[in-house]
Design a protein around this ligand. Sequence first.
Ligand code: COA
Length: 372
Amino acid sequence: MKPVISATGLWTPPESVTNAELVESFNAWADRWNAEHEADIAAGLAEAKTHSSVEFIEKASGIKSRYVVNKSGVTDPALMRPVIPERSNEEISILAEIAVKAARQALERAGRDPKDVDAVICAASNMQRAYPAMAIEVQEALGIEGFSFDMNVACSSATFGIQTAADFVRAGHAKSVLMVNPEITSGHLNWTDRDSHFIFGDVATAVLVEDESIAPKDHWKILGTQLKTKFSNNIRNNFGFLNRADPSGEGAPDKLFVQEGRKVFKEVVPMVSEMIITELDRLSLKPEQLRRLWLHQANANMNRLISSKVLGHEASDDESPTVLDEYANTSSAGSIIAFHKHSADFKPGEKGLICSFGAGYSVGAVFVEKAG
Ligand code: COA
């Protein structure tokens, strides 16, 4: 059994928010907050909120816009959160729904009938609920038999999901595994936090990992995968089922995404580049044999540093394509969007690297080669 990537799928929400729109609503929210807390601010009991800036966002992150499942809520200074009505238990959940959209595209591209898929892995940074698993909902919606489960490795969920799927194929437990990454990060983003309100966007991606014997001719060989984790508090979200056991903490900012962005930047760049270089060596590959790096899409400056450490020179857009300018950080989906949108020009034998990194810390690398 030899696992390969048969196809990928992408679903992009129809609504997008530019930095100018985002900053306008943030600044309106900050002005309202300052007016409401005028007395406390004057008495030195509260600190006035400072305006955000488009120039800062673009320079510090490279992000220019982000797609969201609900624009009206996240840009409303009175709300600053997405508006997503609850659904009945008889309806498909929104996360499963967007996963199915991306999955259908991957299945279609591979020419795969859902009946011939053996397993579904939903690998994402936020789950719709504790149970039943989103993956089982996706399985049901597509008419897939077999087994399904959810897994969460934050921004690295997709690469960890690819290795997990590949291991199932290698072990003979499945011949066709659908791995989906629905990310509604607008739900965990604190839209009132100036340091991070610009970071995230929503999307869904899908990757079909299959045994070479059933894969389409133009599949991607998996040359090797490597995963690594190292505990860090620098990216954290304390939301969880025990929150209600101490109501004093409910609704506090730490129940949403929180990060020490600068520390993350400094600590994750060497961790990622060292892992890639070690893995290249283990696979007897030279950096110049990598035609392209499809890196996690969190920060353009971070990607510039990682790719120059790995390649030994500043990477061109062709060598390290960027999608975060349009999509922002879509957590686990980022490197898969980059791969999906920037891989059609590969010729048989050309090699590349899908690489993710994020909370945990967690790093995942998947080295691929175009077959055909
Ligand atoms: N608008 C204007 N100014 C802002 C701002 C905003 N929205 N947010 C922060 N600033 C200011 C800060 O107040 C600070 O001002 P000071 O120097 O006067 O104190 C200055 O900009 C620098 O802030 P800092 O937070 O150190 O910025 P940074 O250069 O580290 O960039 C990130 C912030 C988040 C873009 C960057 O750290 C990053 O992307 N890190 C990696 C994050 C990552 O990959 N996370 C993974 C998530 S899964």
